[in-house]
Design a protein around this ligand. Structure first.
Ligand code: G3H
Ligand code: 13P
Ligand code: ZN
Length: 328
C-alpha cells in the first residue's frame, strides 16, 4: 500500500529508527529495493528525481510503483519527489500518484543559485499548503549541500556547481530552522551538515570539521519534533570502488558518509536518509565485472541480475543498520 512520508516518519520517530530513501529510475532498481525490504520486513521510500521522471516518464513511473506495491503487498511504500524545484514539479508529481514531495527551495528555481531565505520560506510554505490540501507530505531544505573542504556544491540535482559556498551556507542554522519549520509547516526538513551529492564527498575519512554531526544535534535540540533528512548519505563503500576499478573502471579514491555516522544521526532525529550513489555503484560494479569477465556476453539480463543482487544486498544492509528492518 502507498503511504505518505508523514505517516512513515511519524512511526519511525515513535520507534527511533531511520528510513533510507533510495532513488529509482527503472524496474531493476525498484525490484532490488523491494526484495531487500521484503527480506527484512522494512517499509520503503522510493524517490524519483526530476531526471528520473524524464528518463522513465511519469506514466511509467506511476505504474511501476503501483506494480511494485501490488507485488509486495505487505511492504508500505512512500513515493517521493526528490529535489522538486518549483510548484509545478511538485504538483505534477502528486497528480502522478506521488504521496510526498520535496520542495527544494535551498537553490532558486534554476537550481543553480543559492536561494534567499524569504524565497525559500515562501515557496515551501505555498507547496506545503497545496500538498496538504490533497493529503501529500512535504520535505523542505534549509542550507546548501556542499563540501566544507572545498566550498563546492557537488552535484545538487545533477545540475552542476553553484560557485564557492561559505560555511554559513553549508551548515543549517538551528535558529533559522525553527523559524523555517514554523512558517512553512513542512513535514520533514533536509539540513546541510557537510554532505554533498555524488561519489566525491570527502578527500579523507570525514571527521567533525568536515562532517558536522554537531549541526544535527543542535537542530534536534531546538526542534525535537521535526523529522530530519540527510541528503548525500551514500557511504561510497571501498569494496564498490575496488570492484569498479578492478574491472576496468577509473574512479579516483574517495570517501563518503560512514554508516556509523548515519546511525549516530538517527539517534539525533534523522529519519530519512537519501541514498543514490551507492546503488549506482553497486549496479555498475557488477555491469563492469560481467562485461570484463565474459566479453562475449550480450544478454542484458546477465548484467542486470547480478547488478540487482548487489544493490539488494546494499539496501538490505542499510535497512538493518538504520533500524528500518522489522517495521513494515
Ligand atoms: O539529487 C541527486 C540524486 O542523486 C538524483 O540524481 O538528478 O541524476 O537523477 P539525478
Ligand atoms: P548520494 O549522492 O550521496 O547518494 O545522495 C543522494 C541524495 O541526496 C538524493 O537526494
Ligand atoms: Zn539530495
Amino acid at each position: 500500500a502507498l503511504i505518505t512520508l508523514r505517516q512513515l516518519l511519524d512511526h519511525a520517530a515513535e520507534y527511533g529508527y531511520g528510513v533510507p530513501a533510495f532513488n529509482i529510475n527503472n524496474m531493476e532498481q525498484g525490484l532490488a529495493i523491494m526484495e531487500a525490504a521484503k527480506a527484512v520486513d522494512a517499509p520503503v521510500i522510493l524517490q524519483a528525481s526530476r531526471g528520473a521522471r524524464s528518463y522513465a516518464g511519469d506514466i511509467m513511473l506511476r505504474h511501476m510503483v503501483q506494480a511494485l506495491s501490488e507485488m509486495y503487498p505487505n511492504i508500505p511504500v512512500c513515493m517521493h519527489q526528490d529535489h522538486g524545484n518549483n510548484e509545478a514539479t511538485c504538483m505534477t508529481a502528486i497528480r502522478h500518484g506521488f504521496t510526498s514531495v520535496m520542495m527544494d527551495g535551498s537553490l532558486e528555481a534554476d537550481m543553480k543559485t543559492p536561494s534567499s531565505y524569504e524565497y525559500n520560506v515562501d515557496i515551501t510554505a505555498r507547496v506545503a499548503e497545496m500538498a496538504h490540501w490533497v493529503g501529500a507530505s512535504v520535505e523542505g531544505e534549509l542550507g546548501v549541500l556542499g563540501s566544507l573542504e572545498t566550498g563546492e556544491a557537488g552535484e545538487e540535482d545533477g545540475s552542476g556547481a553553484v560557485g564557492k559556498l561559505t560555511t554559513d551556507q553549508l551548515l543549517t542554522d538551528p535558529d533559522q530552522a525553527v523559524d523555517f519549520v514554523t512558517r512553512t509547516k513542512c513535514d520533514a526538513l533536509a539540513i546541510a551538515c557537510g554532505t554533498s551529492h555524488g561519489a566525491y564527498k570527502f578527500t579523507r575519512k570525514p571527521t567533525g570539521d568536515i562532517l558536522s554531526m554537531e549541526t544535527i544535534r543542535a537542530i534536534n535540540e531546538k526542534l525535537p519534533g521535526i523529522h530530519l533528512v540527510m541528503h548525500g548519505s551514500s557511504s561510497v563503500p571501498q569494496e564498490l570502488q575496488d570492484l569498479i576499478n578492478a574491472s576496468g573502471g577509473d574512479m579516483p579514491q574517495t570517501y563518503g558518509v560512514p554508516v556509523e555516522e548515519i546511525e549516530r544521526g538517527i539517534k539525533m532525529g534523522v529519519r530519512k536518509v537519501n541514498i543514490d550513489t551507492d546503488c549506482r555503484m553497486a549496479m555498475t560494479g557488477q555491469f563492469r565485472k560481467v562485461a570484463q569477465g565474459d566479453p562475449s556476453q550480450f544478454d542484458p539480463r546477465k548484467f542486470l541480475i547480478p547488478a540487482m543482487k548487489e544493490m539488494e544486498d546494499l539496501c538490505r544492509d542499510r535497512f538493518e543498520r538504520f533500524g528500518t528492518a522489522g517495521n513494515a
